[in-house]
Design a protein around this ligand. Structure first.
Ligand code: PLP
Length: 387
């Protein structure tokens, strides 16, 4: 079969593959503990569900404007103002079918063939594939665990070429949980403005921060950087609404308009009643996520403490999101071998680092119960000692 050149260069999502395999083994009756989850294990808060059900019952089941309904855009504008000290007009907001879709759209409207996009590694595995699908070229800047998995303006400057168009930032980060400080973002913003570089700021884990940290949106650091930033967010991670598929962006009006045009010929509007649910979530604000953050924070401490007791594994203590990213190079295995073997031999599912650009790390999600964390890490420790 002859498929397009566009698709043959793209790798399928490996995180989804491993979690599918773990689910399959569970279904066969194996007692698998999965650290694979890329989503909160909480249920969507009931007040959000009720609004969406009410919308369906009231017949709110038709098309909305392709770029999202005006009432939700209004609430998103309010959210940016309240949470991020950012002022936008409604024509700068586009609502899409999840933040993943928002990101896909952004690269489609920003990139021409051969344009370079800087991606700090380790990275969320979809970024390079999305860039390639838009004809762009991913350029990676390596970061290390001792440097808290962060780039700085010096590294950014070094990676620039005549073809550089975009920098992707993801703070808090998936897979590392690293969080940039305001000062670090300011230095990066200055460099971006100086070189007319667009910044795609994926802030989907904004609400999942620990140790009392406050989220900083890079776009809020001045009018100039705001004009170069596309801020991406959504309700999936903050409100346990992954299946609802609602994400959004705030961007300079011209970029937002282009994304709206693209979307009007692809998906059209995101699901009408899911938008109503998102409106309720964003309107009600943080109360719902606060409870979740308290639980995640305790689990983070637990998993880091347990993992730290295993000599061959060096966990990175995340400041945000719900992943423990661990250096496993002392085991002598590649992450892929580690993940494949531990699932077969010890019934533990972990995500290997290769698709995140980090072949000596594994990612453990702590969006599971305390009991599962303890049991799972115990298995990891015992299994590692048999190597
Ligand atoms: C989960 C995730 C997304 C996508 O979220 P959706 O809104 O569910 O599409 C985007 N970026 C990162 C880093 C994520 O982990």
């Amino acid at each position: 079969m002859k498929l397009s050149n566009r698709i043959v260069t793209v790798s399928p999502s490996l995180t989804l593959q491993i979690t599918a395999k773990a689910k399959e083994l569970k279904a066969q009756g194996r007692d698998v503990i999965s650290f694979g989850a890329g989503e909160p294990d909480f249920d969507t808060p009931s007040h959000i569900k009720e609004k969406a059900i009410e919308a369906i019952n009231n017949g709110f089941t038709k098309y909305t404007p392709a770029s999202g309904m005006p009432s939700l855009k209004k609430v998103i504008v309010e959210k940016f103002s309240r949470d991020n000290a950012l002022n936008f007009q409604e024509n700068q907001i586009i609502i899409s079918c999840g933040a993943k879709h928002s990101l896909f759209n952004i690269f489609q409207v920003l990139l021409n063939e051969g344009d370079e996009v800087i991606i700090p590694a380790p990275y969320w595995l979809s970024y390079p594939e999305m860039v390639k699908l838009a004809g762009g070229v991913p350029v990676f800047i390596e970061t290390t665990q001792p440097n808290n998995f962060k780039i700085d303006a010096v590294a950014l400057q070094k990676a620039l070429t005549k073809k550089t168009r975009v920098l992707i930032l993801n703070s808090p980060s998936n897979p590392t949980g690293a969080v940039y400080t305001k000062a670090e973002l300011q230095a990066i913003a200055d460099c971006a403005v100086k070189h007319s570089l667009y910044v795609v700021s994926d802030e989907i884990y904004e609400k999942l921060l620990y140790d009392g940290l406050k989220h900083v949106s890079i776009a809020s650091l001045g009018e100039k950087i705001k004009d170069y930033t596309i801020t991406v967010n959504g309700v999936s991670k903050s409100f346990a609404m992954t299946g609802w598929r609602i994400g959004y962006i705030a961007a300079p009006a011209e970029i937002a308009k282009a994304i709206g045009t693209l979307q009007s010929h692809s998906t059209s509007n995101p699901t009408s009643f899911a938008q109503v649910g998102a409106l309720e979530a964003l309107h009600a604000g943080e109360a719902a996520c606060k409870k979740m953050v308290t639980v995640f924070s305790k689990r983070r401490d637990l998993i880091i403490k347990e993992l730290s007791a295993i000599e061959e594994i060096i966990p990175f203590k995340p400041s945000g999101a719900f992943y423990a990213f661990c250096d496993i190079s002392r085991t002598g295995l590649t992450a892929m071998d580690f993940a494949t073997r531990i699932l077969d031999e010890a019934n533990v599912a972990v995500i290997p680092g290769e698709p995140f650009g980090s072949p000596h790390h594994i990612r453990l999600s702590f969006a599971i119960s305390d009991e599962a964390i303890c049991k799972g890490v115990k298995r990891i420790g015992e299994w590692v000692h048999t190597l």
